[in-house]
Design a protein around this ligand. Structure first.
Ligand code: PLP
Length: 452
């Protein structure tokens, strides 16, 4: 940091301060983790300076031999780790991985058949009129995915995201009584809507998915089956999710981030069957520009780490810790969406404490517990204030927390929530953001955290 300090001390200060914050608080954001020093160090080197648009062995720049080596090794680790036929490691993030997947599926399912019918080999050989017809066809395509309030992700066809502008979208929710995915309802929606893409995957659903059943539904309606395992890739890599719970043998295309439960650098990747591989391989330049070669190198290191037996122990501990946390919270009176968890995350419905998600998130943060507010199914407080708080175990498990520590974490969280009351907003109405935390609770909680 001394080198950074000599150029821009404020940046060095922010980095130091981030390290301090991450050490002094409990990181319970379900999408965060602590990457290893090997992963972090691999991101800071001269690979960052190299342009390498294109694919392995087929670049638009000279001198890409080292990037070819890096990308090949990262792809090989991804294929081997997940048992995939093909892996594409260039996406800079989860959203990029999804965009690559969507455009690849459109290319494979819509563009190529249209071109074949028009008797041409490439889009740029099409007449203007034919191109207009093809563009209209792209815009008519449909996607069926999990609703946002059931735990789906914005990139699965929702309006604020470009995917919602690319596709006509319909979503499946969860059963209002059990909170679980109702596969018969998914099948009924698929029969009626006839999507081009059936997508499974989530950011805030605390349960496992039956990918074999989803595959059957996709097959029945002729949909491409895509899984976004951004959140639970670490549990797949660590063999906690096997059989019907492992998406890779069932999906045509699987996307993931590399920085959540997988514990790698910030980034994304796409796995595909041989059938979809050629169109995914067009990710650059179809969607992406020059790859982040230093990050692909760090992905290779993280994937190599995830192939070690110790990663399976880690992944199992992530799931065990989530159960301990969920049970500990429920025993202390918290209401959880689906009454528990069987993955890495827990969603507390904080309306039982008379709080919005925003108030609960802020009170917990004041006490040193970092979480994020999250909508619960049919949330009366909408996506901004919400009625839930999402917790995840991957980061603290990386710090070595086990059952005893998570029992204490459950205790800290419930004591903060039950010591928090909503405060009146500036307009005199019942507040959705302001709160009061009882005297001494923040300090007491921080002191207990320091001992963990
Ligand atoms: N897909 C899912 C299921 C996610 O939870 C997320 C991130 O939260 C993403 C995609 C997007 O990942 P990124 O933030 O790297 O673009």
């Amino acid at each position: 940091l001394q080198v950074v300090e000599s150029v821009e001390p404020r940046i060095a200060g922010a980095i130091r301060s981030e390290l301090h914050d991450q050490r002094a608080s409990l990181k319970l954001i379900a999408s965060e983790n602590y990457a290893s020093p090997a992963v972090l160090l691999t991101m800071g080197n001269w690979l960052s300076d190299k342009y390498a648009e294109g694919t392995i062995g087929h670049r638009f720049y000279a001198g890409c031999q080292n990037v070819d080596t890096v990308e090949s090794i990262a792809a090989e680790h991804a294929r081997e780790l997940f048992g995939a036929e093909y892996a594409y490691v260039q996406p800079h993030s989860g959203i990029d991985a999804n965009l690559v997947a969507f455009w690849s599926i459109l290319a494979h399912r819509v563009e190529q058949p249209e071109l074949a019918e028009a008797g041409v080999r490439q889009v740029n050989e099409l007449s203007e009129d034919a191109w207009e017809v093809l563009r209209k066809k792209f815009g008519e395509q449909r996607m069926l995915g999990m609703s946002l309030d059931a735990g789906g992700h914005l990139t699965h066809g929702f309006r604020p995201n470009i995917s919602g502008k690319m596709f006509q979208q319909r979503s499946y929710g969860t059963n209002p009584e059990t909170g679980l995915v109702d596969y018969d309802q998914v099948a009924a929606a698929a029969r009626e809507f006839r999507p081009l893409i059936l997508i499974a995957g989530y950011s805030a659903y605390p349960r496992r998915i039956d990918f074999a059943r989803m595959r059957e539904i996709a097959d029945e309606v002729g949909a491409t089956f895509m899984v976004d395992m951004a959140h639970f890739a670490g549990l797949v890599a660590g063999k906690v999710f096997t059989g019907d719970e492992d998406p890779v043998p069932f999906a045509d295309v699987v996307t993931t981030t590399t920085h959540k439960s997988l514990r790698g650098p910030r980034g994304g990747l796409v796995l595909a069957t041989g059938e979809y591989a050629p169109s995914v391989d067009r990710g650059c330049p179809m969607v992406l520009g020059g790859p982040l070669s230093h990050v692909m190198a760090a992905k290779a290191v993280a994937l190599a780490e995830a192939r070690q037996p110790s990663f399976q122990t880690y992944a199992q501990q992530v799931a065990d810790n989530a159960k301990t946390l969920a049970d500990g919270l429920m025993r202390r009176g918290a209401k959880l969406v689906t009454d528990g968890t069987d993955n890495h995350l827990v969603l507390i419905d904080v309306s039982g404490y008379g709080l919005t998600g925003r108030q609960a998130e802020s009170a917990l943060l004041e006490a040193g517990v970092v979480t994020n507010r999250n909508a619960v199914p049919s949330d009366p407080n909408g996506a901004w204030y919400t009625s839930g708080v999402r917790l995840g175990t991957p980061a603290l498990t990386s710090r070595g927390f086990g059952g005893a520590e998570f029992e204490q974490v459950a205790d800290l969280i419930t004591s903060v929530l039950s010591s928090t009351t909503p405060a009146t907003a500036s307009n005199g109405q019942p507040g959705k953001a302001r709160y009061v935390l009882a005297d001494g609770v923040a300090e007491g909680t921080r002191a207990r955290i320091a001992e963990l």
